[in-house]
Design a protein. Structure first.
Length: 456
């Protein structure tokens, strides 16, 4: 990190803290503020499943800080802003093995939240949020992550969202417009001038989403999604973020999706969650026709330790090489580690970062609240490809083409929350790759991460 960057970073954070503290100390109740600090240590073994690669193993630390403030003009209108910064230190791979790597990386100081909220518009049960915001629909299977390339630093969408609450039928209706820039170069730009890629293309879209809580003992949702991808072409498809440049292709697409979701209690101890979606349209000059299914059955013992067992199945269609159409499932805005941190690093072998597609996924797991502060969970995942074909022709050499078993994945979590300020976790994952991957890409891989965070 250059001295100029250090001074700029220190100045920006100091100004933000000073400004926020000064405002918070005013005797005006409409203003609230807070922040958090998150420290992570990460170990990843065999990225790309090739133990002979000099860049296969990665060890690094991440430090993220955030400050937020909220001002309520009255009970119906408010504004919120949150400023973040994250830095990284890479211990491996060595800079000599990968010259583009920045061992010490100071990221952008940017707003990941900046929006206006309005409630009871025109005296109706209608609310709106306009600006940079976080959006999660359902359990985030299709819509949660607007910035997949920054590795959980942020999740924001540049969007406008209107919500109507029809209390008579216990249903809410959401209309959302999304306009996502591929990098941080558009307003509100980073305060220290860092330009970082957040996704591979300019993404716009519309979402219609209905959630009903009266027809089932839980949620019954229906939705329509439209997503337009306009390529953001860069030399060699190179994407720059987190101090570790890597190649990832853009898409050109017009995708339509129609789906339904249910989350309901079948019996006192048994709960079912299921979601189905059909996608159609065009992607990269081919007609698209794809399916997705996500389901989980959970049995809760309702004992003092909150022991629970779950069984899940997920299907994401893959592209059939024997047809002219594209049958590969598009993850839309869901490129985040829904069930595996390690697979985020392996998906680029036949898709893109966190781009889950072409998948049969069978999962069995257990969880328990072993202490008032601590929850433990263990999972096994059996993974297959729906088709023996990757998302992009350039990836044909990375798979075998004669088998569809992706491998066995084992995951374990320890999550703890000591008090309202201090929390943390330890996660470990181990992948035993199958013969779906090319012969030189079948080395076992693991992921370990420790995190501690402080919130005020």
């Amino acid at each position: 990190m250059t001295s100029k960057k250090k001074k700029l970073l220190a100045g920006g954070l100091t100004a933000a803290i000073s400004c926020t503290t000064a405002i918070a100390q005013e005797a005006t109740s409409p203003f609230t503020w807070g922040g958090d600090v998150r420290l992570r240590q990460i170990f990843v073994d065999n990225v790309g499943l090739d133990a002979d690669s000099k860049t296969a193993d990665r060890t690094f630390e991440r430090l993220r800080t955030r400050l937020w403030g909220n001002y309520a003009f009255d009970q119906n209108v408010s504004v919120k802003a949150r400023l973040l910064w994250e830095g990284r230190h890479y211990q491996s791979p060595n800079r000599s093995d990968y010259p583009p790597l920045e061992n010490w990386y100071s990221g952008g100081i940017l707003f990941d939240l900046l929006h206006v909220d309005a409630k009871n518009i025109a005296g109706l049960p209608l609310s709106a949020r306009i600006g940079r915001q976080e959006i999660m629909l359902g359990n985030g299977w299709l819509i949660l992550e607007g910035t997949p390339l920054d590795g959980s630093r942020s999740f924001y969408f540049d969007a406008a969202r209107a919500t109507y609450a029809a209390e008579a039928i216990d249903t809410t209706f959401d209309l959302i417009y999304i306009d996502q820039n591929p990098d941080t170069g558009r307003f509100p730009q980073s305060l220290n001038g860092e330009l970082e890629d957040q996704t591979e293309q300019h993404e716009t879209g519309v979402v219609l989403y209905a959630n009903n809580k009266s027809l089932l003992d839980g949620d019954l949702d229906g939705y329509f999604i439209y997503k337009h991808d306009a390529p953001n072409d860069t030399p060699g498809n190179l994407r720059v973020n987190n101090g570790y440049p890597f190649a990832s292709p853009s898409n050109s697409a017009d995708i339509y999706a129609l789906g339904a979701r249910a989350d309901t209690k079948l019996m006192e101890n048994l709960r079912l969650r299921a979601e189905f979606v059909y996608e159609w349209g065009t992607r990269n000059d081919r007609d698209l026709s794809a399916f997705g299914l996500n389901s989980r059955l959970t049995y809760s013992f309702n004992d003092p330790l909150s022991n629970a067992l779950h069984l899940g199945y997920e299907y994401l269609s893959g592209d059939d090489p024997d047809t002219q159409d594209d049958e590969g499932f598009d993850p839309l805005w869901s490129r985040w580690p829904q069930w595996s941190e390690l697979m985020i690093y392996q998906w680029p072998l036949d898709s893109r970062v966190a781009g889950a597609t072409n998948l049969h996924h069978l999962n069995a797991g257990w969880s328990a609240q072993v202490h008032s502060t601590t929850k433990v969970s263990l999972d096994y995942h059996a993974l297959w490809a729906a088709e023996e074909y990757p998302s992009y022709p350039s990836q044909l050499g990375l798979i075998s083409g004669d088998d569809n078993f992706r491998g066995h994945l084992f995951t374990g979590w320890i999550r703890t929350k000591l008090n309202k300020h201090v929390a943390g976790h330890l996660v470990a994952e181990y992948l035993m790759p199958g013969d779906y991957y090319a012969e030189n890409r079948r080395n076992d891989s693991f992921f370990v991460r420790a995190e501690v965070s402080y919130t005020w």
